[in-house]
Ligand binder design. Structure first.
Ligand code: PMP
Length: 385
């Protein structure tokens, strides 16, 4: 009798439950904002990536509706066949202007931008050095590329230098990959040091600006701008789905790189172009980022307010230089309990636990449209019981 080849799935799922690693979705029933309706109840939202509050902005909605009416709902094909619109180029020029790069290329998500760029840049004869806390999109891009991947300890530039000294020469090309804002901790990668190392060891550097785009830097260009490195050569990746309030991803860099990716990045060539609505919404968002620095100022004012409130002896606030703030807890069960307690008090700030992160925590994201009363309510809920 042949055995059931799917029989292993149920016990595997049971182990996920036993380890407290089981996840399920929760339904948001309102427009995005500082408060949302979560499963029938209004809650204060500390779980969104919509840092500038643009995902519910009328101007983005109107741009999306207008583009859908004019160009339809779908791009109908890959960009190289029938999926290319003038809107895509306008968005790519706007991103290049924001990032101060020669050009940019828009992908259907940030995840696909990482997969495609990394797989195009390196292969079997090459080496990738990857920060151990990198986002899944970078890690999977590294695997898909077929290059040899060596992780270095989180933000440990000295260890990275040692590893480059030890291994660089045995490989054809070398690519260093890192998040710029680490998504589950909120700390920053020290881009200037990585650029120096990349130069010294003749490596390419790819930085994921997902949580920095629109948020960090004087003009909102990201962490590369924050560190004053916009004029140096590197590959920048990001998403249109966080501070830009839409959907999609991008790679920004010099014109030759972008032209090469258009010919070699499988996740760009073989997938449908970004929809007209998403493209137009992202384009409207980039313009707002450039024209309304006050939004970013409000976001940073709010980050300061919350950081000050959370500096209490019984709370373990992880070091952060971004709009992501985390409170460390002792284990997954404690984090889940705290997440539930907050939810009961009308606060949406989820528990994040292994295997997503090495240690359990409550992760809070700050938005430009949070009000002081939202932070006060969060603090009261944290201190209760
Ligand atoms: N990089 C990082 C650091 C992220 O946090 C995310 C989204 N969670 C992505 C890439 C993927 O972006 P997207 O949602 O556009 O696929």
């Amino acid at each position: 009798m042949p055995t059931d080849p799917y029989a292993w799935i149920e016990p595997s799922l049971a182990t996920i439950h036993q380890a407290n690693w089981y996840r399920s979705v929760q339904t948001i029933q309102s427009r995005p904002g500082a408060t949302v309706v979560l499963e029938g109840r209004e809650v204060i939202n500390f779980a969104s990536n919509d840092y500038l509050g643009l995902a519910g902005d009328e101007r983005l909605i109107e741009a999306a509706v207008g583009a859908a009416k004019e160009f339809g709902t779908g791009a109908t094909g890959s960009r190289l066949i029938t999926g290319h619109r003038q809107l895509h180029r306008e968005l790519e020029s706007a991103i290049a202007s924001l990032k101060q790069t020669e050009d940019a290329l828009v992908f259907s998500s940030g995840y696909l931008a990482s997969l495609g760029a990394i797989a195009a840049l390196v292969g079997g004869r090459d080496l990738i050095l990857s920060d151990q806390y990198n986002h899944s999109s970078l890690k999977n891009g590294a695997i898909v590329s077929g290059a040899t991947v060596i992780d270095y300890p989180h933000c440990d530039v000295a260890d990275l230098k040692n590893k480059l000294g030890q291994h660089r020469q045995q490989y054809r090309r070398c690519l260093i990959i890192t998040d710029s804002v680490f998504s589950m901790d909120g700390d920053l990668c020290q881009i200037p040091y990585l650029l120096d190392l990349a130069e010294e060891f003749s490596c390419m550097l790819l930085v994921d600006e997902a949580h920095a785009t629109g948020v960090l830097g004087k003009t909102g260009a990201g962490c590369v701008e924050h560190f004053g490195c916009s004029d140096r050569t590197l590959i920048q990746i990001g998403t249109l789905s966080k501070a830009l309030g839409s959907l999609g991803g991008y790679v920004a860099g010099n014109a030759t790189l972008i032209d090469f990716l258009r010919n070699r990045a499988p996740s760009w060539i073989y997938t449908t172009g970004l929809s007209p609505a998403d493209t137009a919404a992202a384009l409207a968002a980039v313009k707002i980022v450039q024209q309304e620095p006050l939004r970013r100022a409000r976001l940073w004012r709010n980050v300061g307010i919350l950081k000050n409130l959370l500096r209490l002896p019984n709370l373990k606030l992880l070091p952060s230089e971004s709009s992501i703030l985390c409170l460390q807890l002792n284990n997954a069960a404690e984090a889940l309990k705290m997440g539930q307690k907050l939810k009961d008090a009308g606060i949406f700030a989820p528990a994040i636990r292994p295997p997503t992160v090495p240690t359990s925590r409550i992760r809070m994201t700050v938005m430009a449209n949070h009000e002081p009363v939202h932070f006060q309510r969060l603090l009261e809920a944290l201190m209760e019981g």
